[in-house]
Design a protein. Structure first.
Lengths: 425, 160
């Protein structure tokens, strides 16, 4: 029961253009350095990606030539800044499969996007005894806002369990998503397991029960073409910094009807139409949800990241990472006992590979690999409930992006072999 | 191989990691202390027996990385047979040493513990080495002679 995986499997039948990784690497000056005496191998893009020269230059250029506050100045720089900022919004609307620009809200990141929904939509629509459904594989950012909402409203927080293979267990979904369910919120791709969830299928179930469907797309949007309408998402949240863009910028896509009825989340400047001491009227979409001065340079430079990804082609990006993941699975198998979490079938997952060594702790793995210039993530990945379900305290995670190649994986595997020798296991 | 790495994973540390001391559970204990590092999932469970002011025995059960296991093992090996208030003072000094706040003179028999200093080059790993010591400190602080042992819990993150 993995229709999304099937869809992706089908899409791979369209021939993908191979990425010229050597040329791509050259676009990321940060990668061209030695760390602890070894060439840097950056395998931590699931935490945050590196930025191509185009994105760095866009930030410099904005501050060097064009900076002003947006949407209110009457001067030339204000106009330039406003236009560039809104250009990213229009671009994003098409990047997400052709939504309305007014449905694209800029936030500080996935976390703020999800909080916005939990507060602005949740406080209005969730009442005592209602149910909020998430899954066992969520990042804390898609748990805590819902937990807090449930606390505020005396609502019930329920979870869809996972199978031993790291898929969502949908066998009892009808008892989990019920007519009392108001919100179903889940990740498109797990940041720990790499699992790509059948979101469109779950969206259908949620909608049939009258619930809204919220998708945390932080891990999927950087790596695969996303069409939020086809996915059935009422809200779709993700971050710029995981997809070649600057930090401090995120997106919340929201269906217009829902955004229209919602009160603002943060309040202050920009989000109002008229303020009197006895009455305040809200600005129109999307400005109602963008209180205060946003990360202007960040949003503008995010456009350069979108252009870069589109130039490569999201289909090719996805294909490239599947190839790397397949290669990594093959090579990691050379290490006896190394346990890879999540789906073992490459078509059902993305290029974030969590693994554990039977003896060596993930933090020792992380420190050792760093001494070889290899950057990975080690820890609970902000998914403590999932770690508990998996029976792990932590994992090591290697994650791939457009600038990684098979050689990077070779370095990882050889370093892991050396690590075992070093620790004498 | 990077010398900083070798400086942290010294031979003596790897030795303690491979065969941790103090693994034997105590028959009786009047100090109980649990510690966790939520950020990395390290967990330590410690029990100790104090008789007439002397820390006579200690049991350390640590699930975690090489550094936290070695640190707990070194603790178990070094504190036995000393007056508990002296151990408390020494543990506070080890804590300062690990955090880079001081270079205290430790008893000659505690020479091995100085090997833990290597973590100071790895700021995120300092709390791994600290865990056992802050658990011990909290446990001893809560000890009241004659009173039945209470249980303390501590996270070394908070302590940092």
């Amino acid at each position: 029961m993995q229709p999304d995986a099937r869809k992706i499997a089908t899409s791979t039948e369209i021939p993908a253009r191979e990425l010229d990784v050597a040329a791509i690497k050259a676009d990321f000056p940060v990668l061209n350095q030695k760390v602890n005496g070894f060439p840097l191998v950056y395998l931590d893009s699931a935490a945050s990606s590196q930025k191509p020269r185009e994105v760095v230059n866009a930030i410099l250029e904005h501050y060097r030539y064009n900076h002003s506050n947006i949407h209110r100045g009457l001067h030339t720089l204000a106009e330039r800044s406003t236009q560039a900022y809104e250009r990213t919004r229009t671009h994003m609307a098409s990047f997400l499969g052709g939504v309305e620009p007014q449905e694209v809200i800029f936030t500080s990141g996935t976390t703020e996007s999800l909080n916005l929904v939990a507060y602005a939509w949740g406080d209005l629509n969730v009442h005592e005894g209602d149910e909020i459904v998430i899954t066992e594989m969520e990042h804390h950012a898609n748990i805590v806002p819902w937990y807090q909402l449930a606390q505020r409203k005396k609502a019930i927080l329920k979870t869809i369990p996972i199978t031993v293979c790291g898929h969502l267990d949908l066998s009892n979904i009808d008892t989990i998503i019920t007519p009392r369910t108001k919100v179903v919120a889940l990740c498109h791709m797990s940041n720990v397991l790499g699992t790509i969830n059948p979101v469109a299928e779950i969206a259908e179930i949620a909608h049939k029960r009258g619930a809204i469907f919220v998708v945390d797309g932080a891990q999927s949007t950087p790596h695969t073409a996303v069409n939020v309408r086809e996915l059935g998402a009422d809200f779709f949240a993700f971050s710029s910094h995981k997809m070649l863009g600057p930090t401090g910028v995120g997106v919340l896509y929201g269906r217009r009807e829902l955004l229209e009825e919602m009160p603002p989340f943060l309040t202050g400047g920009e989000m109002i139409r008229e303020v009197r001491f006895d009455k305040v009227t809200w600005n129109e979409l999307p400005h109602k949800f963008e209180a205060g001065t946003p990360n202007i340079a960040g949003v503008i430079a995010f456009d350069a990241a979108l252009c870069y990804l589109e130039k490569l082609g999201m289909h090719n990006v996805h294909h490239h990472e599947m190839e790397l993941t397949r290669y990594a699975f093959g090579r990691l198998a050379e290490l006896p006992g190394l346990e890879i979490q999540g789906p073992q079938v490459v078509e059902q997952r993305g290029g974030a590979i969590s693994f554990t060594d039977p003896i060596i702790h993930p933090h020792d793995i992380g420190t050792f690999l760093d001494s070889r210039g290899v950057a990975i993530r080690a820890g609970h990945h902000c998914a403590q409930p999932l770690m508990r379900v998996m029976g792990k305290v932590a994992t090591a995670r290697a994650s791939f992006y457009v600038y990684n190649d098979k050689q990077d994986i070779d370095v990882l595997v050889e370093s892991l072999k050396d690590m075992r020798k070093y620790f004498g296991v | 191989m990077s010398s900083q790495l070798d400086d942290m994973y010294r031979e003596v540390i790897l030795d303690h990691y491979h065969s941790p001391r103090g693994k034997k559970p105590l028959v009786k204990a009047n100090v109980l202390s649990d510690g966790t590092n939520p950020a990395c999932g390290d967990q330590i469970s410690m029990s100790a027996q104090i008789d007439d002011g002397i820390l006579t025995d200690v049991h350390v059960d640590c699930k975690g990385c090489a550094i936290s296991i070695a640190s707990g093992s070194m603790l178990a090996e070094s504190v036995k047979g000393r007056p508990y208030h002296e151990v408390l003072k020494l543990a506070e000094q080890v804590k300062k040493m690990l955090k880079g706040e001081a270079d205290p003179e430790l008893p000659a028999e505690w020479e091995d513990i100085e090997a833990l200093k290597g973590v100071r080059n790895f700021p995120v790993r300092v709390k791994c080495a600290l865990l056992a010591w802050v658990a011990l400190i909290e446990g001893l602080k809560g000890y009241e002679p004659g009173a039945p042992g209470g249980k303390s819990t501590v996270t070394s993150d908070e302590d940092l």
